[in-house]
Design a protein around this ligand. Structure first.
Ligand SMILES: *[C@@H]1O[C@H](CO)[C@@H](O)[C@H](O)[C@H]1NC(C)=O
Ligand SMILES: *[C@@H]1O[C@H](CO)[C@@H](O)[C@H](O)[C@H]1NC(C)=O
Ligand SMILES: CC(=O)N[C@H]1CO[C@H](CO)[C@@H](O)[C@@H]1O
Length: 355
């Protein structure tokens, strides 16, 4: 009897392990091959060597890039250097990046670990940059005012809240109003960084304003990128390990209701919306397992998708860029400006392509 019990338990353990293994294979797209797709003219952006996890292009062609992310369990080529915010003017012939100086006596530059970024431009054309920061593996959202003439960011405020424990990405809808994805995994707890393998779907989305903070969507297997439609009516959320993009309707009271979801064969990271067309541009990880266990001999690939007509019955999905990591490792974000495509990565380089 005891023997039978042991055998049953062993069987159960094997079944659980197999089940877990196959869910791991699927969630992390561990064995997917990449068929290369390359736009005709792509060049590395000089000066980006330690990732450009997030980027945002203003309607006037100025692009902000967050660089130097240290994410628990993920490769960094410069683990001791603080992160930076870079600026690039896409109207220039051969645009170069320059570092934005950060001003403000209360801001600690040495622990700056920027992650998702988002801008908000008010009626007076003042540009605010909101940056998810992880000083000492905690989460804050930093509010800066962009001072274009001085090429600097003036630090105005640090936002912390118990409903913002491990933020990945944000999308600003006002200088101090934003939606944020809490991915659940960004902490200094070593154990927590392994929970990503369990598929707990404990990740959620929060609306933040100075008066009210509330959970507006939950139950995600790693909520990652978040963005908003040009008419501000819809919020798009990338569910990284479930390979889905969810479309939510946004209400006047800031709550969200689910409208539809699209499934993909790749890990969807950050989303950007082309203000001119409403198309979604998605930075993806075709084989996510390689992101979480970095091997320079077999690096993670990159993939960029364009989604047209997402609200219709038949959205059109195009692979615009795909590469096995020989050129570009671990793409996270893509955005377009006047026929040019900018692609950022977690810890590697950034590409600038003609479409
Ligand atoms: C927010 O607005 C939506 C749509 O009008 C409504 O269904 C919902 O009950 C409202 N929620 C709250 C908490 O007021
Ligand atoms: C990646 O693709 C390049 C060019 O297509 C090829 O030479 C290389 O062997 C591939 N690497 C891997 C790891 O598949
Ligand atoms: C290029 C781009 O738009 N990236 C987006 C990544 O996600 C953050 C948070 O939603 C956006 O603010 C960025 O704009």
């Amino acid at each position: 009897m005891a023997k039978l019990l042991v055998l049953t338990l062993a069987g159960l353990a094997v079944a659980l392990f197999k089940g877990h293994q196959s869910s791991y294979q699927t969630r992390f797209a561990a064995s997917r091959e990449v068929t290369p797709v390359e736009p005709p003219n792509c060049n590395f952006i000089k000066g980006v060597e330690n990732g450009a996890e997030d980027l945002e292009i203003l309607p006037n062609g100025l692009a902000f890039l967050s660089t130097g992310l240290k994410y628990p369990g993920i490769k960094s080529f410069a683990p001791d250097n603080p992160g930076k915010i870079l600026l690039m003017n896409l109207n220039e012939e051969d645009p170069a990046v320059s570092e934005l100086q950060i001003r403000g006596s209360k801001f600690d530059l040495s622990s700056f670990n920027p992650h998702g970024i988002s801008t908000f431009t008010d009626e007076d054309n003042t540009v605010y940059l909101l940056v998810v920061n992880h000083p000492n593996f905690k989460t804050t959202v930093e509010l800066f005012k962009f001072q274009e003439g001085e090429k600097s960011l003036l630090h105005l405020k640090t936002i912390r809240h118990e409903l913002l424990p491990n933020v990945n990405d944000i999308v600003a809808v006002g200088p101090e109003h934003f939606y944020a994805t809490n991915d659940h995994f960004f902490t200094d707890s070593y154990l927590r960084s392994w929970e990503v393998y369990l598929g707990l779907a404990w990740s959620y989305v929060v609306f933040y304003s100075p008066d009210k903070v509330q959970v507006v969507a939950e139950g995600f297997d790693f909520a990652n990128g978040i963005s908003i439609s040009p008419d501000s009516k819809y919020v798009y959320i990338a569910e990284f390990l479930a390979h889905k993009i969810h479309v939510y309707e946004k209400h006047a009271n800031w709550t969200l209701t689910p409208l539809k979801s699209l499934a993909f064969d790749t890990l969807v990271d950050n989303l950007s919306v082309d203000p001119a067309t409403g198309d979604l541009w998605v930075g993806c990880h075709p084989n996510g397992a390689k992101i979480f266990s970095y091997d320079p001999e077999n690096p993670p690939g990159s993939e960029v998708l364009r989604i047209q007509n997402i609200l219709t019955e038949e959205p059109k999905v195009t692979v615009v860029y795909a590469e096995n990591g020989t050129v570009l490792q671990g793409s996270t974000v893509a955005s377009v400006y006047k026929g040019k495509l900018l692609i950022g990565t977690v810890f590697h380089k950034a590409l600038y392509c003609e479409l």
